[in-house]
Ligand binder design. Structure first.
Ligand code: PLP
Length: 357
């Protein structure tokens, strides 16, 4: 019989100075409050080693660490939260592991056993369980990432890396409906690039076009394909869906569109609830037509942070099209309600998405 005992040894160094008393659950600024501990693993001499959980704190790095110069780095974003049975649960964490490994392939970062990721993750959340907020809609945001730490200025895959997981309690996210501009000059990524890897450079490169759009009064961009600016890809750092003639339409995952776990889950859920879902290329022209003739009734972005982020208006070539009020959006409100019910164990986990910590 094969052994199934693949548990890893994690050296736990608990903090002597917990900051939990300073956490005000009703007032948590996003991404600025960090839990007491972090999980750290090092890659050296060809293997992942030295698994530890230690107090959250600054790192000591060589200024020549190759990530700082050449961006050999990848990350994930996920959440833990309390369900209605008072259990701390994760939403599809293995999908995050698998996506991290796909990103690692593209960025020449060494692979890691699933057990390191999963056991490091679960142990860290167990130890910082008090940091999982309980108020309605709040959660513990989890940031696993890997970066090249070798101090060497040559351009080649590094020989040393760090894998770190840290967490941030976050309040219920009220996403104000956003005004977005269809971008037709700048690109997020091109086919053959790094668009379906969660890697730092993609986000840095998007800042400038987003800033220009903000100066024009928009909150975010809708990215189009790099070749013709004809097809819609994503909205900011989220995937995108439209409801046209009652049907859900979303661009398919591909090498320029990040394979979002929220998007993938909503597609499965929507089909299960009886909606027609079309995963296919979506053109800017078709969206403009559908906004003009009123057949487009909903547009929204989706991702782990906001789950669903409603789009209030879409600007195409300097014309702003206002979309129907958020309260009238039956499909997205229905999907959000059903997804929430599964996550909180208020309805059956019929797709096997939830995992207890
Ligand atoms: C992370 C991310 C998403 C959303 O993915 P989720 O798994 O749903 O959080 C979409 N687009 C981009 C560019 C992203 O980085």
């Amino acid at each position: 019989m094969l052994s199934t005992d693949t548990s890893i040894y994690i050296d736990v160094q608990p903090t002597e100075d917990s900051r939990i008393a300073s956490l005000d659950e009703n007032n948590i600024p996003f991404g600025r409050v960090f839990s007491d501990h972090m999980f750290v693993a090092d890659y050296k001499n060809g293997a992942w080693t030295d698994f530890k959980i230690m107090p959250y704190g600054n790192l000591s790095l060589s200024p020549a660490a190759s990530t700082l110069h050449y961006s050999q780095t990848i990350f994930e974003g996920m959440k833990a939260f309390y369900n209605k049975n008072d259990e701390v649960v994760l939403f599809r964490p293995k999908e995050n592991y698998e996506r991290l490994m796909r990103s690692s392939e593209r960025m020449c970062i060494p692979k890691m056993d699933k057990e390191i990721f999963m056991q490091g993750l679960k142990k860290l959340i167990e130890i910082d369980k008090k940091w999982v907020p309980k108020s309605d809609g709040s959660s513990l945001y989890i940031r696993p990432f890997i970066f090249a730490s070798e101090g060497f200025l040559g351009v080649r895959p590094a020989e040393e890396y760090k894998f770190i997981i840290f967490t941030c309690p976050v309040a219920a996210y009220y996403a104000k409906p956003v005004r977005v501009k269809v971008e037709t000059k700048f690109v997020r990524v091109a086919s053959g690039g790094t668009g379906n890897a969660k890697t730092g450079g993609n986000y840095a490169a998007a800042l400038y076009p987003a800033k220009l759009a903000q100066e024009q009064g928009y909150d975010q961009l809708i990215w189009t394909d790099a070749k013709e600016h004809k097809y819609i890809e994503e909205s900011g750092t989220m995937n995108i869906m439209f409801v046209i003639d009652g049907k859900i339409v979303t661009p398919p995952q591909g090498d320029t569109i990040l394979d979002g776990i929220t998007r993938k889950s909503l597609v499965v859920l929507a089909k299960d609830l009886g909606y027609a879902v079309e995963e296919r290329p979506v053109t800017v022209i078709e969206i403009e037509e559908a906004m003009k003739n009123g057949s487009l009734t909903e547009a929204f972005g989706m991702g782990t942070a906001a789950v669903i982020s409603q789009i209030a208006a879409i600007g195409i070539n300097d014309i702003d099209y206002e979309l129907p009020a958020v309260e009238t959006r039956k499909v997205s409100n229905h999907l959000l309600k059903e997804l929430k019910a599964i996550r909180l164990a208020e309805s059956e986990d019929r797709f096997g998405w939830m995992e207890k910590v």
